[in-house]
Design a protein around this ligand. Structure first.
Ligand code: HDD
Length: 690
């Protein structure tokens, strides 16, 4: 379905005011043509600048105000436009137009880190935001989630404390974009409800390989409401078509040095090259009877519903197919509000969600400066919209007539009476369905929210041994950065004893502390059946699609072998990136110069999913003198990647400490297959894990 232009937008309904390349006269903001934009107006060639110079003053005045407050959380983000197509008929569950079978809806998605400022790096250990704005025919729906299906806290009133604790410390202004510091772990160790989320945060989920390879989750229980007003509970999931993939910690650290914009660049370049990332939207639908039968509360955002209990039903696909034209106008000014729901989607009483319904509307006023932020093109609905709200800062609408109140009878006099309420409009579902959902005013946490450890245990025990080792090691690393507060690491380990004794022992050993007494749990944890869906490794997609192989060449590289490898990689939809010691590339065996995509010194192997080294004896000898070449191979090996090498490259592999295993191959089909995988069994030979 094509969308009609929105007459409420100041630029005549075009969602974007594009600046095209046609030659136009440079003017002031008020349209006065400018004859000299390079020199300010002075009294004499070397004299003082005149205040009369409105060209200078306007230019500097505007520049002085070009920044707006960054988001208090999720300040660093990357966005893209796309389309959502509903692929299943769920009209029995919801009347939302966005889910009409075959319906196509424009979307804007923004992915973010949480703790760092807008200029921070892309690859810290951090949760990723996964926010999608659907411009539906019935108004905007914002699904503002994360790449992890649970959250740190159960009640919105704790959010400012969580965020103050995790962001840079108040007095010293560091660390930026990381949780490995005193205040975060002080707070976390005193907040047992965060334990489940901490297990996810310490897993490789917080080290995504690409924004295109992350799952997304709406987290809260929401409601779907059908045309008869009957509601069902629902949890939303995004499943990436490229599979879920993460980096490992050492790789993430080195990525920070290699490319601060690793994820932003990856997303932009993928879309730019026509390789459009896709996610399937899935739902877990359940009723009150199911909710009542669970050992956890579905209104508690620190809990998930195992996919083995309620399978995820795929109902649509999102394709991101257009980069933003302007980062500030679109990505920075995008305002997401969990309170944006169209008819057919509704909230539950999850107290975290309820608090969010207020916070996001409120924050936009301080970030974007006006209650009219919804008129900014990236935020404006694509369907017609209007009401009797008027005026305010930066009002860009020019409503006609006298109708700015309601009810009115102006139409009876032939005047414009304005919009009317609709019987089909949003109506709130009767929210009282479960026990304790109405009654006395109480400032309490329900008893059903008191089990903080069972699902943390479920998550840990659902991981494979490599993933468990990564979690234990991440706890050790993070807690090792707690500098001044000696009481914090033992207190955290005391909590972990409720999750898994072995995990607690590994962390204590890694920290070199005695195993503390087990923390008293508000409710004793129970063993749940492990869920394979929670593991990345058990669900790895063996594909090179969307991935890149770095091919290191040097003078004398076999031209035929190189072309053959590039063709084989392209066949699997992978990308080849040629790396050479010099910017100009290398002279191949056929005497021809082959241009490189990246110079070795600035293109380390952490940027790739696998590496190949195709060199002659002469080329290998030259690379042996380059520490960057040795590190290229050493890090690929250390980051558990496939390494394909021509025979002549062996001395370089030896110098880099590469030992034979299933991932160390020649330059052939077996390498291309292996390039899509990671070799976790290699890890104990390259680093000591907890
Ligand atoms: Fe939040 C931004 C996700 C709890 C208050 N949040 C923000 C963004 C994402 C999330 C993805 C960035 C949106 C964008 O790209 O602009 N937040 C979550 C999730 C939560 C959550 C998945 C729990 C399930 N948030 C949460 C609570 C509060 C907030 C409990 C406050 C009570 N969040 C905010 C905020 C932000 C925000 C301060 C900062 C910028 C913005 O809203 O627009 O209002």
């Amino acid at each position: 379905m094509t969308k009609t232009p929105n007459p409420s937008i100041g630029n005549g309904g075009e969602p974007h005011q594009r600046a095209d390349g046609e030659e136009r006269v440079l003017t002031t903001n008020h349209g006065v043509p400018i004859s000299d934009n390079q020199n300010s107006l002075k009294s004499g060639a070397r004299g003082p600048t005149l205040i009369e110079d409105f060209v200078l003053r306007e230019k500097i005045f505007h520049f002085d105000h070009e920044r707006i407050p960054e988001r208090i959380v999720h300040a660093r983000g990357s966005g893209a436009h796309g389309v959502f197509e509903a692929t299943d008929d769920i009209s029995d569950l919801t009347r939302a137009a966005v889910f009409r079978h075959g319906e196509k809806t424009e979307v804007f998605a923004r992915f973010s880190t949480v703790a760092g400022g807008s200029g921070s790096v892309d690859t810290p250990r951090d949760v990723r935001g996964f926010a999608v704005k659907f411009y539906t025919d019935e108004g905007n729906w914002d699904l503002v989630g994360n790449n992890i299906p649970v959250f740190f806290i159960q009640d919105a009133i704790k959010f400012p404390d969580l965020i103050h604790a995790v962001k840079m410390e108040a007095d010293r202004g560091y660390p930026q974009a990381g949780s490995a510091h005193d205040t975060f772990w002080d707070w976390a160790s005193l907040s047992p409800e965060s334990t489940h989320m901490l297990m996810w945060a310490m897993s490789d989920r917080t080290l995504p390989r690409s924004l295109r390879m992350m799952e997304g989750f709406g987290i809260h229980t929401f409601r779907l409401v059908n045309a008869e007003g009957v509601s069902s509970f629902v949890k939303f999931h995004w499943k990436p078509r490229l599979g879920v993939q993460s980096t490992i910690w050492d790789e993430a650290l080195k990525l920070q040095a290699a490319d601060n914009d690793y994820h932003r660049r990856d997303l932009f370049e993928a879309i730019d090259s026509g390789s459009f990332p896709q996610w399937d939207l899935g739902i877990q639908v359940f009723d009150q009877e199911f909710a009542d039968a669970q050992p956890y509360d579905v209104l508690d955002a620190t809990k998930l519903i195992p996919e083995e209990d309620i399978p995820v039903r795929l109902i649509g696909t999102m394709t991101l197919n257009r980069n933003v034209d302007n980062f500030f106008a679109e990505t920075e000014q995008a305002a997401f509000l969990p309170s944006n729901v169209p008819p057919g989607i509704d909230f539950s009483n999850d107290p975290l969600l309820q608090g969010r319904l207020f916070s996001y509307l409120d924050t936009q006023k301080s970030r974007l400066g006006t209650t009219n932020f919804h008129q900014i093109p990236i935020n404006a609905p694509r369907c017609p919209f209007g009401n009797f709200q008027r005026d305010g800062m930066m009002q860009t609408n020019v409503p006609n007539g006298r109708a700015n109140y309601e009810p009115n009878s102006l139409a009876a006099h032939g005047e414009e009476g304005g919009p009317r309420e609709s019987m089909d409009g949003f109506s709130t579902t009767n929210a009282v369905t479960g026990p304790d959902e109405m009654g006395d005013k109480l400032r309490v946490r329900p008893e059903s929210f008191s089990d903080h450890y069972s699902q943390a245990r479920l998550f840990y025990r659902s991981q494979d041994p490599h993933e468990q080792a990564h979690i234990a090691s991440a706890f050790v690393f993070e807690l090792s950065k707690v500098g001044l507060l000696d009481q914090v690491p033992p207190r955290m380990v005391a909590n972990l004893r409720n999750v898994d004794e072995d995990l607690a022992k590994r962390v204590a050993k890694g920290l070199g502390i005695d195993l503390p007494a087990k923390a008293k749990a508000a409710k004793d944890p129970v063993d749940m059946d492990p869920s394979d869906a929670l593991s990345i490794h058990k669900n790895m997609k063996p594909t090179l699609e969307g991935r890149a192989v770095g091919i290191l060449i040097a003078d004398g590289t076999d031209a035929v072998a190189l072309d053959k490898l590039i063709a084989a990689i392209a066949e699997t939809k992978g990308k080849s990136v040629i790396v050479a010691p010099r910017v100009g590339g290398a002279k191949l065996s056929n005497g021809k110069q082959r241009k490189a995509d990246g110079q070795l010194a600035g293109t380390p192997s952490q940027l790739f999913d696998a590496v190949a080294i195709i060199v002659s004896d002469e080329g290998c000898a030259a690379l042996m003198q380059e520490s960057a070449a040795v590190e290229f191979v050493m890090n690929a090996f250390g980051h558990l990647k496939a390494v394909g090498a021509s025979e002549a490259a062996q001395p370089l592999l030896d110098k880099a400490g590469v030992e034979p295993d299933d991932g160390i191959l020649g330059i052939d089909g077996a390498f291309v297959k292996a390039a899509a995988m990671r070799f976790y069994d290699r890890e104990p030979s390259v680093r000591m894990l907890a």
